[in-house]
Design a protein around this ligand. Structure first.
Ligand code: MN3
Length: 199
């Protein structure tokens, strides 16, 4: 299945002041587009044509690094746009998500601190995650385009910590970006949807 760039689910300026239109224009129109374009070139002749994106991600991991990098980033960004919304974040979580965070991650405050620490502690480019693994939530971080799918988990929340995600708005202050993401951008309804599907 050829990769396609999805439209952003909100206008470019909808996430201001936490993420600027300029960031979204570059990040979506240039960076994500490049993963789609390069991924489609690399998909040809890979033996994974016709597979779902998830299958391409898992099937190329450790075997076809160039394809994996682009397919992984395509998957990550499709979800990343939906993991944010205007007036997102905050501490009013859907019941099932709140319950899982309480029982598996030690409550909201500990989740917030650990998730931000994972993103801050990822040296260089990568992602911080909440995923479902063996029926339980866990927080992790991955380098480059990697994600929990290749570690037997299902991601339900992820944040891009590549510099292209925050440098225009926050310069080098990655922790400030991560705080804004959790406090003001997370689309908890989408997390709830993914949690229900993962169980
Ligand atoms: Mn990115």
């Amino acid at each position: 299945m050829a990769f396609e760039l999805p439209s952003l689910p909100y206008p470019y300026d909808a996430l201001k002041p936490f993420m600027s239109a300029e960031t979204l224009e570059y990040h979506h129109d240039k960076h994500h587009q490049a993963y789609v374009t390069n991924g489609n070139k690399l998909l040809e002749g890979s033996g994974l044509e016709g597979k779902s994106l998830e299958e391409v991600v898992k099937g190329s991991f450790g075997k076809n690094q160039a394809l994996f990098n682009n397919a992984g980033q395509h998957y990550n960004h499709i979800h990343f746009w939906k993991w944010m919304k205007p007036n997102g974040g905050g501490t009013k979580l859907p019941g099932a998500v709140q319950q899982a965070i309480d029982s598996d991650l030690g409550g909201y405050d500990k989740f917030r601190a650990d998730f931000i620490a994972a993103g801050t502690g990822q040296f260089g480019s990568g992602w911080a995650w909440v995923s479902v693994k063996n029926g339980k939530l866990e927080i992790s971080k991955t380098p480059n385009g990697e994600n929990p799918l290749v570690q037997g988990g299902v991601p339900i929340l992820g944040v891009d910590v590549w510099e292209h995600s925050y440098y225009i708005d926050y310069r080098n202050a990655r922790p400030k970006y991560l705080e804004a993401f959790v406090d003001s951008l997370v689309n908890w309804d989408y997390v709830d949807e993914l949690l229900a599907a993962a169980r």
